[in-house]
Design a protein around this ligand. Structure first.
Ligand code: FES
Length: 330
């Protein structure tokens, strides 16, 4: 039996029931999880994701795409990726109604700004999922926003009619390119002139992310927000980032020192030593392993922390010390 809602708020994981699977577009299913006894679920904010335990050792992060006002369900949408690591295939092939599924409580690395005067949302394909939860919130608060939803064609655009129905005021724009990005939205033109108070949020596949990154390069860094659902392939591996000598990591609480060899992963070294470091994506994408650092130089290799956060935090699943001693708040 699940604990009452107020007790479960402190938990890190939940056992939920898969109540519904719906086909939303070509290759895209949505999955609705509810409490087995109908209790309220921990609240989430727009842009949040959950870890879904698909099979033993197969844990994936999926953005919540329903309204944050809903407390009775979590909804995620998954594009089946034949060339992926198997998580999306597992979701499509093995999860069935009414399976019990272990999920994490929601975490958010992709938060909406409270003080933006306008929000521009840019979705590429399945990247619409975190942005859809933002649209729910922005609509509920009558905020100034626009969503540009880019896809190959309507048959590939999950939630298109729901989004258009929600934003009857012309705030949702769909751009279908037939598979040729040159025929789609001109992102550089759209974002040519930064507007004071306007924040940009984008999420989508690699090429789309790169186009958005280039188009926002001249915008103030704190007005641009993105979420990757895969590590960009051009990222330099941590092993080749100038840490040939290895380094020492010190656990501040005990003063214990551990040696991290050049080919060792910091999160694994910490876990083997019994330090309380959880991992999930192991790719610098989800923030599960985030830990505060107190001193030492760091080679940050994640895709979620901004420059401000990196002053205080690091993600040891992909990031590491740059020689010498790295002191962590553990
Ligand atoms: S485990 Fe996901 S960022 Fe480290």
């Amino acid at each position: 039996m699940n604990a009452p809602t107020n007790e479960r708020e402190a938990l890190t994981h939940l056992e939920l029931v898969l109540r519904q699977v719906r086909m939303e577009a070509a290759g895209i299913n949505s999955y609705e999880f509810v409490d087995p006894e109908g209790n309220e679920l921990p609240a989430f904010t727009p842009g949040a994701h959950i870890d879904v335990h698909i099979a033993p050792g197969v844990i994936r992060q999926y953005s919540l795409c329903n309204s944050p006002e809903e407390r009775h369900r979590y909804v995620v949408a998954v594009l089946r990726d034949e060339s992926g690591r198997g998580g999306s295939r597992g979701m499509h092939e093995t999860l069935r109604v009414p399976n019990r599924v272990r999920v994490s409580v929601p975490r958010n690395n992709f938060r909406l700004s409270d003080d933006a005067s306008k929000i521009i949302l840019l979705a590429g394909g399945i990247g619409v999922t975190p942005l859809k939860s933002m649209v729910h919130q922005l609509e509920a608060e009558s905020k100034n926003y626009e969503l540009h939803y880019c896809a190959k064609g309507p048959e590939f655009a999950a939630f298109q009619s729901e989004l258009e129905g929600m934003a009857k005021t012309g705030k949702v724009h769909c751009h279908f390119d037939g598979g040729d990005p040159a025929k789609g939205l001109n992102i550089a033109q759209l974002l040519q002139t930064p507007q004071v108070g306007t924040h940009v949020y984008y999420c989508g596949p690699g090429g789309f992310m790169e186009a958005c990154k280039q188009a926002t390069a001249h915008w103030p860094a704190d007005a641009v927000h993105c979420e990757h659902f895969k590590a960009p392939i051009q990222k330099v591996p941590a092993e080749s980032s100038g840490t040939d000598e290895g380094y020492i990591v010190e656990l501040a609480a005990s003063g214990r020192k551990l040696t991290v060899l050049p080919d060792q992963n910091l999160a694994e070294v910490l876990q083997q030593a019994g330090a309380p470091v959880e991992t999930s994506c192991a790719s610098g994408l989800c923030g599960t392993c985030k830990v505060r650092h107190l001193s030492g130089q760091i080679d940050h290799q994640d895709f979620i922390l901004d420059e401000n956060e990196r002053q205080s935090f690091m993600t040891p699943c992909v990031s590491r010390g740059c020689g010498g001693t790295l002191v962590l708040d553990l």
